[in-house]
Design a binder for this molecule. Sequence first.
Ligand SMILES: *[C@@H]1O[C@H](CO)[C@@H](O)[C@H](O)[C@H]1NC(C)=O
Ligand SMILES: *[C@@H]1O[C@H](CO)[C@@H](O)[C@H](O)[C@H]1NC(C)=O
Length: 273
Amino acid sequence: MMKVLITLFVVVLVDVVASQCNCNTMKWARCDGTPCQCNLQFSSTYKQPIDCTTLIPKCFLMKAEMYRARNNLTTRSIGGKPVESAFVDNDGIYDPECESNGKFKAIQCNNTDVCWCVNSAGVRRSDKGDKNIKCDPVETYWVRLELKHKEVAIPLDATKLKTGIQNALLERYKLDKKFVTDVQYDKDGRLIVVDVKKDIGERVTDLSLMTYYMEKDIKIKPLFFDENKQLEVSVEGTKVSMENILVYYTDEMVPTFTTQRLTVCLVQWLPTF
Ligand SMILES: *[C@@H]1O[C@H](CO)[C@@H](O)[C@H](O)[C@H]1NC(C)=O
Ligand SMILES: *[C@@H]1O[C@H](CO)[C@@H](O)[C@H](O)[C@H]1NC(C)=O
């Protein structure tokens, strides 16, 4: 009898351990082995080992996404300025070069001879040039999220909104509340403007992690293993979902676009809001 019980116990234990071998923060990862190891496919011959206890670096996610797009697997489409030097990502996706720790290389060429400089969020911050373009690493220290929320039955309390946003970003993206420095609300436009800011010179927090996961959550489908669990902000018991997001990036150094591009970018984006 004891033997049967022990066998049963072992079988149950093995089952539990096996069922836990999946990647909570990345639904496209493939995991196996003991201990459980998860990988993301970048090409037919290269799999990147990833740490699923935390959000996956954006550079790795973009590489995986390009691989999936090339192979017809399901995959991005993306969407005022906090300061004059802030800019949006008008380019969309490319096949990035990543450092081994998942950071973006400062120069990106998308497998072509046309290259440009990106910030730590992988977003282009220079005009396009050739392979000799000089790019220094530049950190994004401030992102502004412009969120449009879906209709709600009860009007939202603007003063409680900041707490709701802070809680949601902490719970879903593990973003410390101190980084949410300001939340503004326009009730009629259903517009929530969230400033996420770290100190200049801080090199521990990567703001691009949260913004990329959030764009996917709102515009496409969650990247998390449980892709049916949606991003929701709770304001005094009212659950609020978002229908659109636009992200502005502000870097420690102003971008080097020519004036012409800045004008184009403004004209293109302002009418949306
Ligand atoms: C993906 O789909 C396109 C158009 O349907 C097709 O031309 C292409 O060969 C496909 N690529 C792969 C890798 O299956
Ligand atoms: C990168 O290359 C892909 C495929 O060649 C293309 O579809 C995409 O638009 C390019 N992206 C940029 C930002 O140049």
